[in-house]
Design a protein around this ligand. Structure first.
Ligand code: TXA
Ligand code: MG
Length: 339
């Protein structure tokens, strides 16, 4: 770990790769969110990820690889569905859970017999993985519990001085993390909604079961399939209340209930409706891709503006809306008003 974090540009691939090869920590841009990368074959390097993030030890990491031809190195019993998904969605925002091979360090999988595999769609990160010649273990580059970083500056807010370098690849084009699909379950199970929609997955796989932790708070003692789903997540300091319903009705409800000085995260059509409040634009009500790109930066921005409480509008669950509403609901600890 280093006290000064090197700012690297897209031309500095070989410097980034050498940080990885010598067991250092490197911020990497992906199409979803920035990641906190280390050599996935080096247990010491991977341990340092947990320390820098303050991440619980029982929360496994995913391995980033350059293509499906690396799956066999780290996974066993690979079903044909894995290759069908890779063919359709890789490189791209999809993580596939498969049986691990023994060569994957325990610290990566938190001792599970499965491992998450992802091929990211960002030229800088694909180049640095290829140059390092190693799978890159990387969680999102935020301090544990905070909103994920969607640009290099947001990652540095959390990680400056705790990592060796960061490759700046510009703002993330998807903005929410990868979809996680568990192919070791029958039927396949959606553990986290993300940049690839449930509808698109089902075109390839047929019916997919949505894990309970996606839409609700787990009951006390209930074990989540994705260990990360049990933790409070994506949350600004102030408590968040999500108001679900038709956009105009939700906007009216928030107008009636919010007090001056409180925070409001609303669709673009309603940003003028809350004078005296700290208002953030979630994007147009009809543009879920834009909402996905904006949601983490908006949540993060409330920590710089002291608000006692935050009200949030939320899209319906179709297509990318499932991922956006999951992040908002988790930020709210599933404190949701249904209209
Ligand atoms: O888009 C992304 O996936 C980003 C970028 C950097 O690639 N990465 C990311 O990693 O979001 P992270 O660690 O923040 O989230 C990974 C989630 C966690 O909830 C973890 O518990 C779950 O994936 N996970 C990892 N390995 C797993 C496994 N073998 N079985 C079940 N869940 C797993
Ligand atoms: Mg994360």
């Amino acid at each position: 770990m280093s006290l000064t974090t090197l700012r690297l540009g897209p031309e500095d691939i070989s410097q980034g790769a050498s940080i990885l090869r010598r067991g250092g920590l490197l911020g990497i841009p992906t199409e979803t969110v920035y990641g906190l990368g280390a050599d996935g074959r080096n247990p010491r390097a991977v341990e340092a990820i947990f320390a820098a993030k303050g991440r619980p030890q029982d929360n496994p990491l995913i391995l980033h690889i350059p293509g499906a031809d690396w799956l066999e190195r780290y996974c066993g019993h690979i079903p044909p569905q894995a290759y069908a998904l890779a063919e359709r969605f890789w490189p791209g925002p999809l993580t596939i859970i498969l049986k691990r091979r023994p060569c994957v360090p325990d610290v990566v999988t938190a001792g599970l017999d499965t491992v998450g595999m992802r091929c990211p769609d960002h030229p800088v990160t694909r180049a640095v993985i290829a140059a390092a010649g190693t799978p890159v273990a990387a969680p999102s580059g935020n301090t544990s519990g905070r909103p994920s970083p969607t640009c290099a500056a947001h990652m540095l807010e959390d990680m400056d001085g705790k990592i060796d370098g960061i490759l700046d690849g510009g703002p993330c084009t998807v903005g929410v993390e990868s979809t996680i699909i568990d192919l070791t379950a029958q039927p396949p199970r959606l553990l986290r909604p993300g940049g690839v929609s449930l509808e698109a997955l089902e075109e390839v796989l047929g019916p997919v079961e949505v894990d309970g932790a996606v839409r609700r708070l787990l009951a006390h003692g209930e074990a989540p399939r994705a260990p990360g789903m049990k933790y409070r997540h994506y949350a600004p300091q102030a408590p968040v209340t999500v108001v679900r319903g038709a956009p105009a009705a939700a906007a009216a409800y928030i107008r009636q209930h919010c007090a001056p000085g409180e925070g409001v995260l609303c669709f673009r059509e309603f940003t003028q409706d809350y004078p005296g409040c700290t208002v953030r634009d979630l994007g147009p009500a009809g543009d879920k891709a834009e909402q996905a790109r904006r949601v983490f930066a908006a949540l993060r921005s409330f920590d710089a503006a002291p608000v006692a409480r935050i009200w949030a509008q939320c899209p319906d669950e179709g297509e990318l809306g499932l991922a956006v509403s999951n992040r908002l609901n988790k930020a709210a600890g599933f404190h949701i008003v249904e209209l």
